[in-house]
Design a protein around this ligand. Structure first.
Ligand code: 13P
Length: 251
């Protein structure tokens, strides 16, 4: 049985005092045992978050990472820096990074490789645009992203990373994929992992859904066979709604 993982992607929201306030409120929520939880605040809030999350069992993730170890790369953050700030996870290849910062599958591959080699769990994001879905090339696009982002990875590497399927048209739009739409893409992704590796590896990999996940649609999405959790944007910025989504994964 795959354990469900609910991760909150805070994006570019929350100062350090706001971070402390939100994490304290999340910790006051009734959180079911048996559901993995991750919080991914901005870089500047990582240390404050880490100190409040200590001993809680909640994972701490960053939203991006350099593919290099160190060097003259102004504005970049390395895996070593993330680990020393208390992270054990990192979101890679989010569609906003692909769209606004030119992140390619090759870059995501190099970053994920670096994360895995250094004990950080990558959450590798994939997803098609509305135009691509309507143009009938969703499987080609998502399949290409999976093949590119995971190219050359060993089965143990693939088993220890997380994939987040986030249809771009559902992000921040209030228009979530229906549970059936999401399930069918998740099954496609799992099938592809099986083809590229083995059925055993495909059974183990955690595939999250992301895109307008809210307390009122979470349960129907999370009960789908191949949906192993959620990557939550807007609704993770309030403790009550993040808590409610986590509880929906626990039933
Ligand atoms: P929303 O939940 O705000 O649609 O964002 C989803 C997302 O991009 C999470 O990474």
């Amino acid at each position: 049985m795959r354990k469900k993982l609910i991760a909150g992607n805070w994006k570019m929201y929350k100062t350090i005092p706001e971070t402390e306030e939100l994490i304290k409120a999340v910790l006051k929520e009734a959180l079911p045992k048996g559901v993995g939880i991750a919080i991914c605040p901005p870089f500047t809030s990582l240390m404050a978050a880490a100190s409040l999350l200590k001993g809680s069992g909640i994972h701490l993730g960053a939203q991006n990472m350099s593919e290099n170890d160190e060097g003259a790369f102004t504005g970049e953050i390395s895996w070593k820096m993330l680990k020393s700030a208390g992270c054990d996870m990192v979101i890679l290849g989010h569609s906003e990074r692909r769209q606004y910062y030119g992140e390619t599958n090759e870059k995501v591959n190099a970053k994920a490789r670096k994360a895995l080699a250094n004990g950080l769990t990558p959450i590798v994001c994939v997803g098609e645009t509305l135009q691509e879905r309507e143009g009938g090339v969703m499987e080609k696009v998502v399949g290409g992203q999976i093949r590119g982002c995971l190219a050359g990875f060993s089965a143990p590497d693939v088993e220890s990373l997380v994939i987040a399927y986030e249809p771009v048209w559902a992000i921040g739009t209030g228009r979530n994929a229906t549970p059936e739409q999401a399930q069918s893409v998740h099954a496609f992704i799992r099938g592809l992992v099986s083809e590229l590796h083995s059925a055993a590896t495909a059974e183990k990999i955690v595939i999250q859904y992301g895109g307008s996940v809210k307390p009122d649609n979470a349960a129907n999405l999370l009960c789908q066979h191949d949906i192993d959790g959620a990557l939550v944007g807007g609704a993770c910025l309030k403790a009550e709604s993040f808590g409610a989504i986590i509880r929906a994964a626990g039933v």
